[in-house]
Design a protein. Structure first.
Length: 579
């Protein structure tokens, strides 16, 4: 075994820009070295989102990341660092270097002996949760460094509100004089990015008339997903597809502990098939939170960020590991609770109707001091600890969040409920759609005494059992000509003898609906209805209700009340084309 392997294990030591002979290989000559201690994805992301604004344009500081692999949630840290292009050294090498400052957002690190200061950023909002202590079998207060580091006088803890300083002083007296009131850069970004809310909604595929319900879960058995793992599917099965979109922000520790494969194939599989906007583990949750109309959450920081931003909040879980006297505990006293087994649609609609923008203003004031100043204050503290003059450039201000990539897969099957009202000359067909992948896992069903229900599938539905059970089959891509649409309808009805209708749009024209008896109904909409499932639902509903299909004008009422006009006309029975 080589000396390097004995000292640093399987990860080789970093020679540039740190190392015994780094000066021989370095292009840039810096005055200070800052080492970022990277232990979990959550804490590493917080530094990656903050540090570029603090050091922008300053070549005097070299930044190196030291990977601490000892956390139960260490999976994904190295991938994150390498994807960002960071220089990473093994944790064991940190004790053989001489940094000028160690920066981390993970308080639970074993810092090697030395004289350099250690700046600890919060990776959530304050000290609001008890978490398992990796050094013992007991729990500890999240966010607080070990007593030994406090005793050394090297640790500096950044906080977002004076109440957190008071909390620390009461529980850890050795922190006296070693807190830095800087604010919360993440909250500042959320606030300033409200101006781009529509851009985030467009990127996520949320239409102007739709409401986005964002579900937020922290990690652990008392979290929302720990208590109610089926809530995502139940929301998707009860919130009408044309009126609502449902997203989820899952704590990075859940991704790290269980893996994306487990989440995608087991825990959230049905919800993903039903169109769930499952946000990636890092970065994208912030614009998604800005885009949300409702947050359904727990005692995690994301729920508190949403409430402090003025978004209506329902608490679906609230664990005993939440710390009394903190801002998140104050939120629990004023936010309504979700009855997870009750009528979810009614509760969401009641919340939106009764919400006032300043409902959680007092909670926000207790969590965040002097909003908008966090980056400027943090830069001043950073350079003071580096013992380096702060750059002459203007202090950094919070940046607008980037537009996220759309994280959802298209829905390929729906349970469609229809209700026909009005006279035969001017009927109204009310249509509500729910993703079939979600309704299969929920016991809430529509009242079939007043409405009819059918299953509609698009032609790329991968579950053949759904396609074979569907009453309506829909071609996702429009046909280039009427002849091509008619050919597809004939072939589809022959291939699926249990279906009643086959539907295809014609590019630049109308929607053609083929019936089992051979009739072809032309459905022309006057509004921007681009999904042929909807005019097909009109034809299906009229058939079930015994309403005429020829030369009929129907009002299509989509979801909660978006109306479009649909003109129905029966085409002459086409001659079978010769191909």
């Amino acid at each position: 075994m080589s000396e390097a392997a004995a000292l640093f294990g399987s990860q080789p030591p970093l020679r540039v820009p740190v190392g015994a002979d780094a000066h021989r290989w370095s292009t840039f000559q810096s005055e200070r070295t800052l080492v970022v201690a990277a232990r979990t994805v959550t804490s590493t992301v917080r530094v990656l989102e903050t540090l570029p604004s603090l050091l922008r344009g300053d070549g005097r500081v070299t930044v190196v990341f030291a990977h601490d692999p000892t956390s139960a949630f260490n999976a994904g840290v190295l991938d994150l660092l390498h994807e960002a292009g960071c220089r990473v050294m093994p944790w064991e090498q940190l004790g053989r270097t001489t940094p000028d400052l160690i920066l981390t957002a993970s308080e639970n690190i074993d810092v090697p002996e030395g004289d350099c200061p250690v700046l600890v950023l919060p990776h959530g909002i304050g000290f609001q949760k008890y978490v398992p202590d990796s050094r013992s079998s007991t729990d500890r207060l999240s966010g607080v460094v070990p007593d030994s580091l406090l005793e050394s006088g090297r640790a500096w803890l950044a906080v977002s509100h004076p109440a957190q300083e008071e909390q620390l002083l009461a529980t850890h007296p050795k922190s006296a004089g070693h807190t830095l009131l800087v604010g919360d850069p993440c909250y500042d970004e959320l606030v300033v990015s409200r101006s781009r809310r529509n851009a985030y909604r467009d990127a996520l595929g949320v239409a102007e008339h739709q409401r986005l319900v964002m579900v937020s879960s922290t990690w652990g058995p008392t979290s929302l997903l720990g208590r109610h793992p089926d809530l995502l599917s139940r929301l998707l099965s009860q919130l009408p597809y044309d009126d609502y979109r449902v997203g989820a922000i899952v704590h990075p520790n859940v991704w790290s502990a269980h893996g994306a494969w487990q989440i995608h194939t087991s825990q959230a599989a049905a919800a993903l098939d039903a169109g769930l906007l499952l946000m990636p583990a890092v970065h994208a949750w912030r614009p998604a939170l800005v885009a949300a109309d409702v947050v359904i959450g727990d005692h995690g920081s994301v729920t508190l960020y949403g409430a402090a931003s003025g978004t209506p909040v329902l608490l679906a879980a609230f664990g005993s590991d939440a710390v009394p006297g903190t801002a998140v505990h104050d939120l629990a006293a004023v936010a309504p609770r979700l009855d997870t087994r009750g009528d979810l649609l009614r509760q969401v609609e009641d919340l939106i109707r009764e919400h006032t923008p300043r409902r959680y203003a007092a909670v926000a004031e207790r969590a965040f001091a002097e909003p908008g100043q966090a980056l400027a204050r943090l830069r001043t503290a950073l350079y003071r600890l580096l013992n380096l003059a702060e750059p002459a450039s203007p202090p950094p201000s919070p940046l607008l969040l980037p537009v996220p990539d759309p994280p959802a897969s298209p829905v390929t099957s729906w349970q469609v409920t229809t209700l026909v009202t009005g006279d035969s000359e001017a009927p109204t067909v009310s249509v509500r759609r729910f993703p079939a992948a979600a309704t299969a896992h929920d016991d809430a069903h529509p009242d079939t005494s007043t409405c009819s229900t059918h299953l509609a599938c698009v032609d790329d539905e991968r579950d053949h059992r759904l396609a074979e059970s569907a009453s309506v089959l829909v071609r996702r891509r429009a046909a280039s000509t009427s002849v091509g649409a008619l050919r597809w309808i004939e072939e589809t009805l022959a291939r699926f003898p249990g279906s009643l209708l086959a539907v295809s749009d014609v590019r630049g024209g109308c929607c053609l609906v083929g019936l089992r008896d051979g009739r072809i109904v032309e459905a022309a909409t006057t509004g921007p209805v681009t999904d042929p499932t909807l005019p097909a639902a009109v034809v299906y509903a009229c058939l079930r209700a015994g309403r005429p299909l020829d030369d009929t004008h129907v009002t299509l009422r989509i979801g909660a009340g978006r109306d479009e006009d649909v003109a129905l006309r029966v085409r002459p029975r086409p001659h079978r084309p010769r191909y």
